[in-house]
Design a binder for this molecule. Structure first.
Ligand code: AHM
Ligand code: MG
Length: 345
């Protein structure tokens, strides 16, 4: 994209991409997706402002506390959820939503126009880090509704494999606020310029670096790992065990932050299956699938160890999966370790 002195705003970038999509598919460019992304960015700016105020406003993740004006204040993850629901409901571009914070699908009742997209989000990922001023983020995934002329969306519009996603992304609230998204044509990052309140293109066409130099896993859980995970981690941290060894360890405990670092620097993140239950911790629709979509379009890969994350047919909105994500060669090595374990070699 052409560079200009004022920078490329997210809105402009999305409009240009949508026109390119329309040209490829022969559809009329309606601008709906750009407007939807713009509304996600608006919600992100509101959440970002609240996150930055958290320490001052004394709302550090504790529900039911009162602020200095004596008003009851909302827990930050509840605030983020309510902001997204309200902004997206009014956007006119969403027919149904699902949130990690809410048990059931979130309807878009009249008078709001039921738009053509279904959206799932983790409003504030890494919430255990809220109280300690560590990066947290919002993750979102977007499907085109199945029935373009239906009146209301259905949960089925969301219960689909990640390979069918129209777009996905995340907003990270860190030393600066960044929005990263993909519609399947590159992964692009925008940094919020607080002085003008705009997300400006800062990372065009992100590709994960070839060298996978970092592994990110909660090693405190190692006693609950399968032998395949244990072998894999032993290998990557061994100083000189050949390819994909000698990695350094970095674990923040905020998926969005761990993923973002590995995306920019090269690395593999693991939240593997618990050996006893076979289950992972992270949610397919709100965390694994959107980040798997981003990883794929940046040249990386995501797997449970058995299956590609993007191929999984969800069996429920809140389904959990093991998540191994990052550089393709490293994730494939993990899959081979799981395969060896299965075959007894
Ligand atoms: P959350 O959605 O409740 O914040 O939980 C998900 C978080 C991820 O951000 C992070 O990768 C993981 O949980 C960390 O879990 P653990 O503390 O078990 O290592
Ligand atoms: Mg989360």
């Amino acid at each position: 994209m052409e560079k200009s002195q004022v920078g490329t705003t997210l809105t402009h970038h999305a409009l240009v991409s949508q026109r390119a999509h329309a040209k490829r598919t022969g559809e009329q460019p309606a601008g709906d997706f750009s407007e939807l992304l713009n509304q996600i960015a608006v919600a992100g700016k509101i959440i970002s402002a609240e996150v930055n105020m958290a320490g001052l406003a004394d709302i550090l993740g504790v529900a039911g506390r009162t602020n200095v004006q004596g008003e009851e204040v909302m827990k930050l993850d509840v605030f983020a959820n309510n902001t997204l629901v309200e902004v997206l409901r009014r956007s006119g571009h969403v027919c149904i939503m699902a949130s990690e914070e809410v048990d059931d699908p979130i309807d878009v009742p009249a008078p709001h126009y039921p738009g053509k997209y279904a959206i799932a989000f983790d409003p504030l990922d890494g919430s255990s880090n809220i109280d300690v001023n560590v990066n947290i983020g919002t993750i979102f995934s977007i499907h085109r509704r199945r029935d373009p002329y239906g009146t209301r969306g259905k949960a089925d519009d969301l219960l689909r494999p990640g390979s069918e996603l129209a777009a996905a992304g995340y907003i990270i609230y860190g030393s600066s606020t960044m929005l990263v998204y993909s519609t399947g044509h590159g992964v692009h990052g925008f940094t919020l310029d607080p002085s003008i309140g705009e997300f400006l293109l800062s990372h065009e066409d992100i590709t994960i670096p070839e060298k996978c130099g970092t592994y990110s896993v909660n090693e405190g859980n190692s006693s609950k790992w399968t032998p395949a995970t244990q072998k894999f981690v032993e290998h990557v941290k061994a100083p000189d065990a050949g390819a994909l060894s000698g990695m350094k360890s970095r674990y923040i405990g905020s998926l969005v932050a761990d993923f973002h670092r590995n995306l920019l620097k090269g690395g593999i993140f693991l939240y593997p299956a618990d050996a006893e239950t076979g289950e992972g911790k992270l949610r397919l629709l709100y965390e694994a699938a959107p980040l798997a979509f981003i990883a794929k379009h940046a040249g990386g890969y995501a797997s449970t160890g058995h299956d590609a994350i993007l191929d999984i047919e969800p069996d429920g909105l809140h389904q959990r999966v093991p998540l191994i994500i990052g550089n393709r060669d490293a994730v494939e090595l993990y899959e081979r370790r799981v395969g060896d374990e299965k075959s007894g070699s």
